[in-house]
Ligand binder design. Structure first.
Ligand code: MG
Ligand code: MG
Length: 248
């Protein structure tokens, strides 16, 4: 069952989402060549705690860090470590925060210094694909409408749509029903109602859609080694649209 949140729950999720947005803004100034992903993780942990929240991902199914840091061909779930960012990298940072029991979840991909035109293209169109998906949302939209719009946009721009990982409902659990795939058919799937909260999160590859899991059992990478980008917002469905809870 897909839960409909009360106005009190939505208010708490607005705060959780705002903390996630602020954490992104805070980290952004540190994304430079030479910083380690472990340092970014520490900064995020301290910032989230300073806001009166806790990092949703820490220990989630055993995940060992507060944020996911996925560089270049890493799609999602990269584990922060002593690797240093280099000029020309792109890094996807996925952040979750829990405030009074309710979560916000948002990922964003950032350039490190000057990046290639291919990577610029990938970032620009993955961000756009997120909004193309979000713009489907209002009461009455079917989940398939979102995925159809995203995959249609991605395919028109020759980008690979990762299918193994999907968006999801959000609430007092980080991952709730329904699944929100980045592919699908129009007018198919569960129907959105006002008060539902979902995370939409296209993961698009510069090359083919194929991905695989590394031996660490977390990091997902592209099969062809081409870069991948990830943009995600948590939103609440309204009668005639949606409100972004993880605003920047
Ligand atoms: Mg996320
Ligand atoms: Mg998510």
């Amino acid at each position: 069952m897909i839960s409909i949140k009360s106005s009190r729950e939505i208010e708490l999720m607005r705060i959780a989402g705002e903390i996630v947005g602020k954490t992104h803004n805070y980290l952004k100034s540190y994304i430079k060549a030479g910083i380690t992903t472990k340092k970014l993780d520490e900064l995020a942990y301290n910032f989230i705690i300073s806001q009166g929240a806790t990092p949703s991902f820490k220990n989630y199914n055993g995940f060992p860090a507060s944020i996911c840091t996925s560089i270049n061909e890493e799609v999602v779930h990269g584990i922060p470590d002593n690797r240093k960012l280099k000029d020309g990298d792109i890094i996807s940072i996925d952040i979750g925060a829990c405030y009074k029991g309710y979560h916000g979840d948002s990922a964003w991909s950032y350039p490190v210094g000057r990046i290639s035109s291919d990577k610029e293209y990938l970032l620009k169109h993955t961000e756009r694909a997120l909004f193309v998906g979000l713009d489907q949302i209002k009461e009455g939209t079917k989940i398939g409408d979102i995925g159809y719009a995203i995959s249609n946009y991605a395919e028109n721009h020759n980008l690979g749509v990762v299918k193994e990982l999907v968006g999801h409902g959000v609430g007092n659990h980080l991952h709730e029903e329904p699944d929100v795939p980045n592919y699908g058919f129009k007018h198919v799937g569960p129907t959105l109602k006002a008060g539902m909260v979902i995370a939409v999160e296209p993961m698009l590859n510069f090359g083919t859609a194929n991905v695989y899991l590394l031996d660490d059992d977390w990091t997902v990478i592209t099969a062809d080694g081409e870069p991948s980008a990830h943009f995600e917002h948590t939103v609440v469905v309204t009668k005639d649209g949606y409100e972004i809870l993880t605003k920047r």
